[in-house]
Design a protein around this ligand. Structure first.
Ligand SMILES: Cc1cc2nc3c(=O)[nH]c(=O)nc-3n(C[C@H](O)[C@H](O)[C@H](O)COP(=O)(O)OP(=O)(O)OC[C@H]3O[C@@H](n4cnc5c(N)ncnc54)[C@H](O)[C@@H]3O)c2cc1C
Length: 437
């Protein structure tokens, strides 16, 4: 391969940054040729994973695989190439009364990335993860063969690719099931919780809500550990919309999204600024209980409102640490984790707690298992590795797991659930790191 394609590349956390070859092709014959000629390849969607999973010696970008193939409006079945973004799907599906069954906290991920990470949303306890709504996909494997994979055809490859982090080949296109909606709005309730007991009770009480998620102030100590706001929601019915909104019930709200123009200097984000942010976030909602109707963008994608927000963490980048602790030990495990973080002084602007339902045993490479999952952002600094090691130990003691789509520092024993889904052609820097540590 020529040197032309070598460039600096990182995923959303801007850590690590590496110089590797990136190539994008659109015809299957060119992709075949690429796979035949190279080793140590990994597919890359939109680089919205945080760590090093979409990085390798040879990075195959799916950005040219960006075409829609078909949309069955009667049954809500959509077929598209793997580089199509969820944001593009919503643009065409919402006005036609369809939504994604499962969506992560950003809409800027590709269909290929969603399958490879078997992403989850705020509704895992209710509807499961992305794979439940994948009907079939086409994959190019290590021998450059093109294979259709579904629950009835090439089943083993279907299930190992789901959550397989790109290690089985390149997903070329997929067919997914969409969800019928009456409006583009969400009926939302926000409830403040003073501590961990209260927030866990609220999750239990809200089990029959389709969407639940909590923002947690991870710098609280003692009796205030777990201070948080639970947000729960349902797709609003037409009859629930106020008169003004019911005129255009499937409207997509267009909003101005400012862009962070440069990397913030390292000192901007510190323990104090995180404390102040957390204070205002909690205080902003004055009453214990708030009820409203909001557009889906505000409910699902608050972070997408600011472009390139990852730059606020500075040039050294940041990691997102996401773990799941089995339900039976959930509260105790979370308490230990929050105490450890609070003591370390490594505050996280964004700490999000969710409830997972039972994992799908067939999707054996996937992260979700029944329990509580917490995701936290940490600015990269010299002390971070030590904190991650401590958190890893707690997660391991409680029988939990680490989410590979976010990981760039954790130890291998926590990632064992990605069983031997490796072959000589496809490998990522993440898998190499995990194998070697
Ligand atoms: C703000 C934000 C919020 C998020 N919230 C959530 C959340 O709520 N839930 C959740 O589950 N995740 C969440 N994520 C993580 C994100 O959904 C996943 O990392 C997703 O996989 C990113 O998709 P991508 O297209 O950017 O893929 P990339 O980041 O480019 O790649 C991710 C993985 O998918 C593989 N891959 C990508 N395309 C293909 C393909 N065509 N064929 C084979 N393998 C492929 C890559 O090799 C890599 O292992 C969030 C990320 C951000 C930045």
């Amino acid at each position: 391969m020529t040197k032309n394609y070598v460039q600096k590349v990182s995923n959303w956390g801007n850590f690590p940054i590496v110089e590797k070859e990136i190539k994008s092709e659109e015809s299957y014959s060119q992709i075949k040729n690429y796979i035949t000629k190279n080793n140590e390849i990994i597919a890359r969607g939109n680089g919205r994973c945080y760590g090093d999973s979409a990085l390798a010696e040879h990075i195959f970008s799916t950005k040219k695989l960006n075409k829609f193939i078909s949309f069955d409006r009667i049954n809500g079945v959509l077929e598209c190439e793997s580089g199509v973004l969820l944001s593009d799907i919503l643009e065409i599906s919402v006005p036609q009364s369809y939504f994604l069954y499962v969506t992560p906290g950003t809409k800027f991920v590709t269909i290929g990335g969603a399958i490879a990470s078997n992403i989850h949303g705020k509704n895992h306890h209710f509807e499961g993860s992305f794979c439940e709504f994948v009907l079939e996909f086409t994959l190019m494997n290590e021998r450059a063969e093109i294979l259709n994979c579904s629950r009835t055809e090439n089943q083993e490859l279907f299930w190992s690719t789901i959550g397989g982090m790109g290690l089985t080949g390149i997903i070329l296109k997929a067919k997914i099931q969409l969800k019928k909606i009456e409006t583009s709005y969400i009926r939302q309730e926000n409830i403040k919780a003073e501590n961990l007991d209260e927030i866990f009770n609220l999750f239990e009480e809200s089990k029959n809500w389709t969407y639940t998620v909590a923002w947690i102030d991870c710098l609280q100590k003692g009796k205030n550990i777990g201070r948080s706001i639970l947000m729960r929601g349902e797709h609003a019915l037409l009859s629930e919309l106020p008169q003004k909104l019911s005129q255009k019930p499937l409207e997509i709200k267009r909003k101005f999204s400012p862009t962070i123009p440069f990397y913030f200097p390292g000192f901007v984000l510190n323990n104090l600024s995180v404390k102040i942010f957390n204070y205002f976030f909690y205080a902003k909602q004055r009453s214990k209980f708030l009820k409203n109707i909001i557009d889906y963008e505000t409910f699902f994608y608050p972070l997408d409102a600011i472009n390139d927000w990852n730059k606020i963490y500075g040039k050294d980048g940041f990691i997102q640490y996401q773990m799941v602790i089995p339900k039976e030990n959930g509260k105790e495990g979370m308490r230990k984790i929050l105490e450890t973080i609070s003591k370390s002084g490594n505050g996280s602007f964004l700490a999000v707690l969710k409830l997972f339902g039972k994992g799908n045993p067939e999707a054996y490479n996937s992260f979700p298992m029944e329990g509580y999952t917490l995701a936290l952002d940490f600015k990269v600094n010299k002390k971070l590795k030590k904190l991650v090691q401590k958190l890893d130990e707690i997660v391991e003691d409680f029988g939990g797991r680490i989410y590979l789509a976010k990981d760039s520092m954790s130890k291998s024993s926590l990632t064992d659930y990605l069983q031997n889904t490796r072959n000589p052609k496809f490998n990522s820097l993440q898998q190499k790191r995990i194998k070697n540590n």
